[in-house]
Structures are given as C-alpha cells and as structure tokens.
Design a protein around this ligand. Structure first.
Ligand code: G3H
Ligand code: ZN
Length: 288
C-alpha cells in the first residue's frame, strides 16, 4: 500500500481530492469506512483536539490501524487543527499519519515559528523511525467550529495572499497548505460564499504543494469541483456528518422509545452519516 504522501500525489495527478472526515465515535468511523470501501477510494479520518480527547489519542491510532490492517485498506489518521507544538508532537508520537498545526489566529511570524518546529520534529521522526508524517499548516482565517451558524462570524474569511503563501511555504517546509479561499468552518444558515477558484489556482502555482480545503460543509457541488480543478487535493467535511448523526439519532430515539440496545438505536445514525460521506466522496473522486 502507498503512504498517505503517495495517495495525495496520486490525487494531485488525477485531479481528484481525498475526502477528510472528522469523527467523534466508532459510529462515525464505521460510516466513513463503509462509504470509502464501497467506492474503493482512499480516505482520511480527522480528529480535532476536542474529538481526540473524547475518542482517545492512542485509541484513535489503534482503531485506524485495525481498519487499515483488516482489509489492507488506505485509511489514514490526521490530527486536525492542533493548536500548539505540544499537541502536534503528542499526535506524531502516538502514530498519526498527518498533523495540522493551526496557527491561523497567530501573527505570520509566530505561525511560521511554530509550524517550522512541527516540520522539524516530523522530519526527525522519519530519520529515526522511518515513518513519514505529513505536516499541514493554515494561513488566512476561516473561523472555527464545525457547528451551525446564522451568519459568517466576525473576522472570518480573511483570504490568503498568494505572495504570503509562497513565503510561508518556503520558510516552513510544510507538505500541504490550508489556505483561506472563500469557505468558512461550519454550516452557515445565510449561505456560504463561493470558492475563489482563481485564488486557489494562484496559491497552487506559487507554492507548488498540495492544497487542502477546509470548511466543506454546505458548499455547492460546483465549488468543490472547481476547487479540485484549481489545485485542491484534500477536502474536509465535518458539520454535515454531525448534523446527519444528530438528526438520525433523535429520530431513532423518538420512534423507538422502548429500544435500549445502543447498536439498534445507533444504526440509523451510522447509515445517515454513510450517505453523506458517500455523496461527498463520489463528487471529490469524479464519480457519478
Ligand atoms: O477541519 C475540519 C473541517 O474544515 C470541517 O469543516 O465543519 O465546515 O465541514 P466543516
Ligand atoms: Zn478545518
């Protein structure tokens, strides 16, 4: 099996994107795995610092390894939006395949400084253990939180400048960049702006590295396909899966008030999440 770096390169060459989906529990993991396996496409599981604390850091690694081993399947684990060198280091030490240092709220200089520290640590790990860990960083601000928002939060949507992206990439040596190109984290009731595909293409051209699109929930299909054409190789979805879980679970509980077996109560939630993931994966991988 190829490494995650190999799969990302393949996505770049084929002009498709690998789906990155966050989990909070086993149900989410099963749903994402089922969807990816049926379509036979690689997939990345993400855990933010909060999700990681709930699932368990080492437990998340063990789970993904078990799924990968079971069918020799390309499923990878990413430490999503980790906000300090210490939490990035812990994820690398635990065996994550990729990490994101999220310094989007920091000054350019501070973001460069900590990102560089993360990259150096990952490069040292490959020398010692042979494990290749991808390091991603953020530049520009697209807000926080995979939740439902009425409108775009104050201060979010600060677009990434291509010249800064170039400088940042050269100074840090990152493997992948998450720029701010129009999307916002979470589902925005009043609607999300369109992706600025011209900006995606410019950033891709000047950085020459794989780009990651965050804040995928609620974007239009054409925004995804245009972003992929312009140079996005990984796309993050979280809120849409959370909503599918929440709605299906509430419905399941309400319609079966006497049921107490969690695996029966939760099955509709797994199915609902799988459906969301499958639809997104088809789109990201150019399938009908
Ligand atoms: O890192 C996670 C994502 O960027 C998810 O964004 O909740 O808008 O899908 P979303
Ligand atoms: Zn994100």
């Amino acid at each position: 099996m190829k490494t995650l770096r190999g799969y990302v390169k393949e996505a770049e060459e084929k002009s498709v994107a690998i789906g990155h989906f966050n989990i909070s529990n086993m149900e989410g993991l099963h749903a994402i795995y089922n969807a990816a396996k049926k379509l036979n496409v690689p997939v990345i599981i993400g855990v933010s610092e909060g999700e990681e604390a709930f699932v368990g850091r080492e437990e998340a690694v063990a789970l993904i390894c078990a799924f990968r081993k079971k069918d020799d399947y390309p499923i990878f684990l990413n430490a999503d939006h980790h906000t300090s060198f210490e939490t990035v280091k812990k994820a690398i030490d635990a065996g994550f395949d990729a990490v994101i240092f999220d310094g989007a709220k920091l000054s350019f200089e501070e973001n460069v400084k900590i990102t560089k520290q993360c990259v150096e640590y990952a490069r040292n790990v490959i020398k010692v253990t042979g494990k290749d860990i991808l390091v991603e960083a953020e530049l520009g601000y697209i807000g926080t939180g995979s939740d439902i928002k009425d409108t775009i939060p104050e201060g979010a949507g600060v677009l990434t400048k291509p010249e800064e992206a170039k400088k940042f990439t050269e100074m840090t040596g990152i493997d992948m960049l998450a720029p701010s190109v129009g999307s916002i984290h979470g589902l925005i009731k009043s609607g999300k702006p369109h992706i600025n595909t011209k900006l995606v293409a410019e950033i891709k051209k000047v950085t020459g590295i794989p780009l990651v699109l965050h804040g995928g929930s609620g974007l239009h299909d054409e925004d995804f396909t245009n972003a992929i054409k312009a140079g996005v190789s990984i796309i993050h979805i979280n809120t849409e899966i959370r909503i599918a879980y929440d709605e299906a679970l509430k419905k399941s509980l309400a319609s079966n008030p006497n049921e107490v077996a969690p695996y029966k109560i939760l099955q509709p939630a797994v199915d609902a999440m799988e459906k969301v993931v499958a639809n997104r994966l088809k789109l990201f991988n150019g399938m009908k």
